[in-house]
Ligand binder design. Structure first.
Ligand SMILES: *Cc1c(COP(=O)(O)O)cnc(C)c1O
Length: 410
């Protein structure tokens, strides 16, 4: 370092960096876009590595922006610990891994889990000798019989099943899990902690695709695992450190921002969904509406026990009278406001065709067994004016009507 001071190349690298923390505490967590952290001495670094002093070392091990989101979701889920990952799938993988399964162990999964979760169980965990059995988690007696038969180490379900929107009796399933000494993982993506807190109902892990309701704006991907017991934290962090699918700091910031309006969005979305479901249940071109709050839905008091009243979620699935893929595609193509998109939980209303999207990998025979027909369309209801949503769906149903001798121009 001569008297001329630092060269331009050195200045480019170092100027402005590593200043003292700013005076005044930021009211929202800054994006700590840093891969690594430095300390004044190696002795301090050594202490942090040893866990004798609190501190960040390397962003794959932890980052303040991500930690702020983890803490927020942990509080909302009433858990003991939370870890964020790059996607919901990475989070599910971490939660299953945290159950410490040995080859030969069995996972008992709800038969109508998200399609990729089923694939994760068979293709990834299956390749390590871990077996998967499935059961209808809405039939508690059958589930218990199956659990006693296969002796699972893990039970996995979703708070509201996909795409037929059956509410899971989490407390009853947790009871069965305890009876057979299995861990119980609940994918809480469809409800968010605003509508349901699975850990309070006895689950061991609540998992989120933060890509959906938590962020809510279709502009980011992420996942979070919340554990009921702190003993699971080292394993969850271990997956973060060694598999490496961490949540990026920008994504963590976006999700944390989304979280602040979760209840406001959800209140509107659930109210809109209830109106839409009511409207569709008397529409002549719709043969069946799946929505937990309809008068025709069996076991509605279960919904009240599991979900925050008066809400029943913001997803509505419909089966078209003309129950074919062509009819579903015509209907979806005729929508002008609702977006055809492979996701859910966004501020805008979106539609998805389960048979060709979320459940595409499943055999047609298996899909039919589960009731996922070709004319089934899942609607994720947004925060728009409900009259506009209904009008768009109404005109698309009219316009796409086939088979009745109507000429369809378009
Ligand atoms: C989307 C989704 C996932 C996967 O989440 P990604 O963020 O896409 O990896 C898992 N479970 C459910 C219920 C989902 O809807």
């Amino acid at each position: 370092m001569g008297k001329k001071g630092l060269g331009i190349n050195t200045q480019l690298v170092h100027a402005g960096e590593r200043g003292a923390p700013p005076q005044g505490k930021p009211v929202s967590t800054p994006i700590y876009a840093t891969a690594t952290f430095t300390y004044d001495s190696m002795a301090e670094v050594d202490q942090v590595f040893a866990g004798e002093q609190q501190g960040y070392i390397y962003t794959r091990y932890g980052n303040p922006t991500v930690a702020a989101l983890e803490e927020a979701v942990r509080v909302l889920e009433a858990g003991a610990a939370a870890c964020a990952y790059s996607t919901g799938m990475a989070a599910l993988h971490a939660a299953i891994f945290a159950c410490e399964l040995a080859p030969g162990a069995t996972i008992l999964a709800s038969q109508d889990l998200y399609g990729a979760t089923i694939d994760l169980l068979y293709k990834i965990f299956g390749s390590y000798g871990i077996k998967t059995a499935t059961a209808d988690f809405s039939d508690v007696a059958a589930l218990r019989a199956k659990a006693l038969e296969v002796g699972p180490r893990v039970l996995i379900a979703e708070t509201i099943s996909n795409p037929l929107l059956k509410v899971c009796d989490i407390a009853a399933c947790a009871e069965i899990a305890r009876e057979v000494r299995a861990r119980f993982i609940v994918d809480n993506t469809f409800t968010s902690p605003y509508l349901c807190q699975p850990l309070k109902l006895g689950a061991d892990f609540s998992v989120h695709s933060a890509t959906k309701y938590l962020s809510g704006h279709a502009d980011v991907m992420g996942g979070v695992v919340v554990a009921r017991d702190e003993v699971d934290l080292p394993t969850l962090i271990g997956v973060m450190k060694l598999v490496g699918g961490i949540l990026g700091v920008w994504e963590a910031h976006e999700i944390h921002r989304g979280l602040k309006t979760l209840s406001v969005r959800m209140d509107r979305q659930c109210a809109n969904a209830a109106s839409l479901a009511e409207y569709l249940s008397s529409h002549s071109r719709v043969s069946r509406v799946h929505y937990p709050a309809l008068a025709t839905t069996p076991n509605r008091d279960l919904m009240k026990r599991v979900l925050r009243s008066p809400h029943a979620g913001a997803l509505v699935s419909i089966e078209l009278q003309e129950n074919t893929r062509e009819a579903a595609f015509r209907f979806m193509d005729a929508l002008t406001l609702c977006v055809r998109s492979t996701s859910l939980g966004d501020v805008f209303t979106s539609v998805l065709h389960p048979a060709t999207a979320s459940h595409r990998e499943m055999s047609p025979k298996r899909r039919l067994q589960l009731g996922i027909t070709e004319g089934l369309v899942r609607i994720s209801v947004g925060i728009e004016d409900v009259a506009d949503i209904i009008e768009d769906i109404q005109q698309a149903l009219e316009k796409s009507a086939g088979g009745g001798g109507r000429v369809v121009y378009s």
